[in-house]
Design a protein around this ligand. Sequence first.
Ligand SMILES: Cc1ncc(C[n+]2csc(CCOP(=O)(O)OP(=O)(O)O)c2C)c(N)n1
Ligand SMILES: [Mg+2]
Length: 551
Amino acid sequence: MNGAELIVSALENEGVQQIFGIPGEENLDVVEALRRSTIKLVLTRHEQAAAFMAATHGRLTGRAGVCLTTLGPGALNLTTGAAYALLGAMPMVMITGQKGILSRKQARFQVVDIVSTMTPLTKMAHQIVSPATIPSMVREAFRMAQQERPGPVHLELPEDIAHEAGRDMSPVPSHPIDPPVAQRAALDRAAELILKAERPLIMLGAAANRPRLAEALSAFVRRVHIPFFNTQMGKGAVTGGSGLYMGTAALSERDYVHRAIDRADLIIAIGHDTVEKPPFFMGPGGPTVLHVGYLPATVEEVFFPQAELVGDVGPSLTLLADRLEGKLPRAGALLSLREGILAHIGDRAEESRFPLTPQRIVHDVRQAMPEDGIVCLDNGMYKIWFARNYRTHVANTLMLDNALATMGAGLPSAIMAAILNPTRRVLAVCGDGGFMMNSQELETATRLKLNLVVLVLEDNAYGMIRWKQATDGFPDFGMTFGDPDFVAYARAYGAKGSRVESGDGLTPTLEAAFAGGGVHLVSAPVDYSENKRVLVDELRANASTDVASVP
Ligand SMILES: Cc1ncc(C[n+]2csc(CCOP(=O)(O)OP(=O)(O)O)c2C)c(N)n1
Ligand SMILES: [Mg+2]
């Protein structure tokens, strides 16, 4: 077996079904081995999109997604995707080519030190120097990528090592691992804190959304009956249980959900990862925070838990609930705030203004999406509105990136979600800026014959930055651009396209798009004047009347 055959056989052994990417001539032995394997090669139109897809595979399944590129320029195009997976804790294996390392027939042509480039962007980056090491290196790569805290790893396979005949070797088999559960002493301490609390609140963070955790987490919330809120990336982590949902901390302070957060004396922060924009600021005199996580908490200026429960989160929470169930008469102390918070959040969601308000867009998208439908957001102003206003009922049904918060990932992540969930509705929501950063992947989506709707929100601007510019008192400058005719653009790719033309037009247009099947782009103009009215003026007023008006 040559190096390429060894690596492909090791990937098959890991259960890999598809690899995303754009090969170069240095990968041709690998491509040939793939042709003779069970693994499908899914070409993308930009390597960055391949990395976003592979990372999203990891995020949604817990099993590392794989992407493949050539050396130099192709490999460098993976860097944003690597950072996306690193900050977002998404398991991914990146394989890149390189010129031969045993001789240098092309001198330094296209040679860039990709392993060094990837080192700070990954959990591990290695060059493969001998076919004999391939089976163990691939197993190690997947182990590293998938174990807590998950993330990307990089393997560089030089073309001569890929071509070199090695011994026939079997891949290294994987085995199930049950990570350690929190110790009895830590469970007792955590239980004592919660039993003592007058106004407890649960916060679900990004790591609460690990695919295998949903059931145990929902059971915990149901059994202890403590109200919960979530961070942006913790959305949907608890299925059902929504009578205890207090809101999403899309902003760091002053939002309505902070009425509850500011009054809590104990916050049980499950799976919070400080890569996220802070859901609240800790400070002197604030609540006690109990960190529950796979790994110890990271200490930051604005997040420094006073107690920790570290271990496999699902089983640890089961043991914690055993100590608490039926013993928490004050569990629901903050629940009386729930209705007021949610009523404010739902304000004006049905207004028929045109262009559409962000509240109406979120409302109408929810109408068109079944409970298990998946919405994948790009990054822009609408992300705050979706995080704040969109109610999720099933884990990982609002996919957003509040870690690297990169533009351009919305469409590729939706493509991955659609590949994995062919029977569920999948919607990408993108701004007119972010969509154009990877819009070429419409071709990938149509080639794969996916069912996918892409909603593009048009304000002819980098709206979020324009909003920040205005909020900080700068003059309106340098943030606007012209858009292509998105309907014609979609059609040029063989996709369908429609435009929303009235304040009540979004839900029916989305319904028709989903019903028609295939890839369908819907463009909708958005009126962002609500950004200032709600997220600045109203919340400022809320903060000043807050303490006086709420019990
Ligand atoms: C790759 C990348 N470049 C720049 C930014 C900074 N940024 C954040 S939001 C934003 C504007 C987004 O514009 P658009 O996609 O049109 O969404 P809108 O805010 O207008 O709804 C920019 C430039 C970023 N997050 N990622
Ligand atoms: Mg825009």
